[in-house]
Design a protein. Structure first.
Length: 125
C-alpha cells in the first residue's frame, strides 16, 4: 500500500494488547481493549457494545482458538490497518490454506471504538 496518507508503523499499545489477548485466548483482556459503546463488524455482522462483543469473542475467537500473526501494520490518518494471518479451529471450508484478513481499527482515548475485519480480495487496480 503506497500513499502519502499511509505509512508503515508500529502497533499502537491498545491494538498490540488486543492482538496479544486474542493470541492468549483471554476474553476479559480482549473486551477490555474496547470502549463501552464500541462496535465490531465481522463477516458483515455488526456487534455493538462490550456485552455483545464479549459473547462474540467468547464463542468465535476464544471458542474457536483464533490466533493472529501480524503481517503488516499501516497508520492511515490515525486509523490502524492490520493485515494478519488468522488460524484456529473454526470451519475452514472454502477458505485458503493461509487466511490473511485485514482488521481496521479506530481508536479514541486509548480504546478501540470500532473494529472491522474483512477477508479482502485482490484488486485489479
Amino acid at each position: 500500500m503506497t500513499s502519502n496518507s499511509s505509512t508503515a508503523t508500529a502497533l499502537p499499545p491498545v491494538v498490540a494488547e488486543y492482538i496479544e489477548a486474542v493470541n492468549a485466548l483471554d476474553t476479559d483482556r480482549i473486551v477490555d481493549a474496547f470502549a463501552a459503546d464500541a462496535y465490531v463488524n465481522d463477516n458483515r455482522r455488526e456487534i455493538w457494545g462490550t456485552d455483545a462483543i464479549r459473547k462474540f469473542v467468547s464463542k468465535e475467537f476464544v471458542g474457536d482458538h483464533v490466533t493472529m500473526e501480524v503481517r503488516e501494520v499501516v497508520d492511515h490518518y490515525g486509523d490502524v490497518i492490520v493485515r494478519a494471518k488468522f488460524d484456529g479451529t473454526y470451519d475452514k471450508t472454502n477458505l485458503p490454506e493461509e487466511l490473511v484478513m485485514t482488521s481496521y481499527f479506530a481508536i479514541r482515548d486509548g480504546k478501540i471504538t470500532s473494529l472491522t475485519v474483512i477477508f479482502n480480495q485482490p484488486s485489479p487496480y
